[in-house]
Design a protein around this ligand. Structure first.
Ligand code: ARG
Length: 720
């Protein structure tokens, strides 16, 4: 009986350890978090996770970026072998898989596996960063700043001191550094990475598994998706970063994560390391309103139209389906997010939660004359400036969605600059040859995934949405041209565009580059569309600069005040594409009244969801066979665990992140969040927020049994 009582008390204790908000900075773990993490079950020390002298878990954590913007990590990944093998999500590698696909080799549909190194596929432009170390440089930066400076002065000072700090740190190394602001500009951190530039595709399951459930299941639990793909990092023969070259060799990492087949159970400790992109946890109730009305609502409305056009065209033709697959997925992900976030923000009364914090802040400020002088205007200024900002933000969202809707106009604008130079008499013939070559290459890349009819339809429909929703005085020239010359007939405009613009097909473009004419360019409808939309974007953005600067200042003061108000609290910095750790545990939840969601799903659950061929729940034949044969060992006994949920604090960018158990072994890969707590990027919902992970055993089972890629299984360190 006594024993039972102790167990009951212990269970109560476990369930009262609630999810901890926070995407923590590794250099502060020892000071801020490690005690709590060990209390929750972690067996590692802070140094085993992050050490700048010896190898540690952080050496296996990778941020995926692009050559032009290597610090803006679009996804996360982790190293799982001594030969630089990387695990990330299928949806993170989707663009790579798509770019290698054609009607003849449809890797999206069929999957892709390299059974030997030579078969791995290069992905120029993709980068893989591994953090060397990070440092708090707040004192050095803040010493040069004060509250009286204008936003512009501040930026100039921050930029120049950051350059100095980065240059010092990079000196005599192969590292790339970046200074990042934290807590709305109250703190600054230096991050130093080794950035690898030869990242090859190793394997991906068929889309029917890797993207199982499609848009219907996206952002949802229960989930049954094999959302993984494998890359490999290559380095120069001496181990240093190098762009793709035949003689490059697989990276020998400082650390790789062993992959566990032990599995997880309710309450188990789990930590996730990766590169969360952006959160807005210190947003005020006033800012919240703008996010809902000026971003989410509009984005959802416009993208619904865009997705309808693409979906119809993709259903009709295999080539179009492949060409637009990645564009479609990129558009639909935040289309659904916007909708679900507004729903959750209303449902959970996030505005009310924000108002409570603001009231506490105001009371604290008003209780002291010095504080009043420092922070007295913060909330009223934020309120006023957000109100001023709203109309501009709405127009900007429409402009942004119209600019990113069809494609020929923005391509015309990029190519147009070069064509203008090409037509300039002052340009030397040598430079002209270079420009021509550059334009041809741009064209090849752009038109590979371009369909004239689809783009014309997007012009017709999205420009019309723009016309209907934005005030006349904010119409770009092209919209007024359509309203007058084409009498508001957007279809007629689109047919004319298709017939006449040199940017609407590869053949017309190539011919134009051979015989360019500045006069013809100026009259080209796609070119006018691009130019006039970009011009209007500038016009609309100009007045927002001043508002933006005021907002930035007051947000900085607001966060500074909050931290002063509660100095004992471990404050978590908003996500900003830098490496973070979040700890928590495996856990079921109750999404709404009378509903209980268990913490894992199974292969039998996948099979039970089978839908029509070609649809979002299409079923792979081989998967069905393996399930029927119960060929599960050693990854499962009666079934295979597919996905599981934890209460870790993650966001977009964390996709592909390592989910690690108490011993430092990989138990899964994070790939999504749950719709009920989609407000989480703005206000962490400790009882409701869940992180959706792929179970490592499903991944291993697919690689082993479905793909038969023993070569990959053999190079991993698998913990039985
Ligand atoms: N919602 C996921 C994320 O943002 C992406 C999931 C991709 N899957 C899909 N069915 N679209 O990380």
């Amino acid at each position: 009986m006594k024993k039972l009582l102790i167990i009951v008390i212990a269970l109560l204790a476990i369930s009262s350890v609630r999810a901890d908000e926070g995407m923590w900075l590794l250099s502060k773990l020892r000071q801020q978090n490690i005690g709590k993490m060990q209390e929750m079950g972690l067996k590692l020390t802070a140094e085993e996770i992050y050490d700048i002298n010896k190898s540690s878990v952080k050496d296996a954590i990778v941020g995926l970026g692009r050559l032009g913007a290597p610090f803006r990590h679009f996804c996360s990944a982790e190293i799982v072998s001594s030969k630089g093998l990387l695990v990330t999500n299928h949806h993170c590698a989707f663009g790579s898989i798509q770019s290698h696909s054609s009607v003849e080799h449809d890797y999206l549909k069929d999957g892709f596996w390299a059974y030997k190194l030579e078969d791995e596929l290069t992905n120029p432009g993709i980068t893989a960063s591994i953090l060397d170390r990070m440092e708090d440089v707040s004192e050095r930066v803040n010493a040069l700043l004060n509250d009286e400076m204008s936003g512009k002065e501040r930026r100039t000072v921050i930029d120049s001191i950051s350059k100095v700090i980065v240059k010092e740190a990079e000196k005599d190394t192969k590292l790339s550094g970046q200074v990042q602001s934290m807590f709305e500009g109250n703190q600054y951190y230096l991050f130093l990475y080794t950035i690898y530039k030869d990242v090859r595709l190793v394997g991906a399951p068929p889309q029917s598994m890797g993207k199982f459930g499609g848009d219907t299941d996206n952002w949802m639990w229960p989930r049954h998706t094999a959302d993984f793909a494998l890359y490999r990092i290559y380095a120069a023969p001496d181990g240093t970063p190098a762009e793709y070259a035949k003689e490059n060799v697989p990276l020998k990492p400082k650390h790789h994560l062993p992959v566990s087949t032990e599995g997880v159970k309710e309450g188990d400790f789990a930590m996730i390391m990766g590169f969360p992109g952006s959160t807005d946890r210190y947003l005020t109730s006033y800012g919240l309103e703008n996010t809902m009305d000026a971003t989410n609502d509009i984005r959802y409305k416009v993208r619904t139209v865009k997705l309808d056009v693409m979906r119809a065209a993709m259903a009709k033709d295999q080539k179009t389906r492949i060409q637009y697959a990645s564009k479609y997925a990129g558009c639909s992900n935040y289309w659904k997010y916007s909708f679900e976030q507004n729903k959750a923000l209303k449902q959970l009364n996030t505005k009310g939660n924000k108002e409570i914090v603001e009231k506490q802040f105001a009371d604290w400020v008003n209780a002291d004359a010095k504080r009043k002088a420092e922070y007295g205007d913060v909330l009223s200024t934020l309120k006023a400036e957000y109100a001023k900002m709203k109309a501009y933000e709405m127009t900007r969202t429409y402009l942004f969605e119209a600019l990113g809707g069809p494609e020929a106009h923005t391509f015309a604008s990029r190519a147009g600059d070069l064509i203008t130079k090409l037509c300039d008499k002052e340009t030397s013939s040598e430079d002209k040859a270079k420009l021509k070559k550059q334009l041809q290459e741009m064209g090849e890349k752009f038109y590979k995934d371009f369909n004239t009819d689809v783009d014309a339809q997007l012009f017709a429909q999205l420009f019309e949405v723009f016309n209907e929703n934005v005030a006349v005085e904010l119409h770009p020239e092209i919209i007024e041209l359509i309203n007058t010359k084409y009498k508001g007939d957007y279809e007629a405009f689109a047919s004319e565009l298709k017939a006449k613009s040199v940017f609407m097909s590869e053949s017309a473009f190539t011919a134009f580059v051979e015989k360019p004419s500045a006069k013809k360019l100026e009259k080209d409808l796609a070119y006018i569309a691009g130019k006039s939309f970009f011009d209007m974007m500038k016009t609309v953005s100009a007045p927002t600069k001043e508002i933006g600067e005021k907002l930035a200042k007051e947000k900085r003061l607001f966060v500074r005040g909050l931290m002063e108000m509660n100095p004992a609290k471990a404050w978590g910095a908003d996500a900003n594409s830098t490496l973070r750790l979040t700890y928590g545990k495996v856990g079921s939840y109750e999404p709404r009244d009378a509903v209980f969601y268990d913490y894992y799903t199974t292969l039998s659950g996948v099979i039970a969801k089978e839908g029509a061929d070609g649809g979002e729940f299409e079923m792979d034949d081989k998967l069905k066979e393996l399930h029927a044969k119960k060929d599960f060992a050693p990854y499962g006994v009666d079934d295979i665990h597919v996905n599981f949920i934890t209460d870790n604090d993650i966001t977009g960018g964390n996709s592909g992140s390592a989910v690690i158990n108490a011993k430092g072994h990989l138990i899964g890969t994070a790939f999504d969040g749950n719709s009920e707590a989609m407000s989480g990027d703005i206000d962490f919902e400790e009882n409701l927020q869940r992180c959706i992970n792929l179970d490592a055993r499903y991944m291993l089972w697919i690689i082993d049994k479905h793909a038969g890629a023993k070569n990959l299984i053999n190079e991993m360190t698998i913990i039985k």
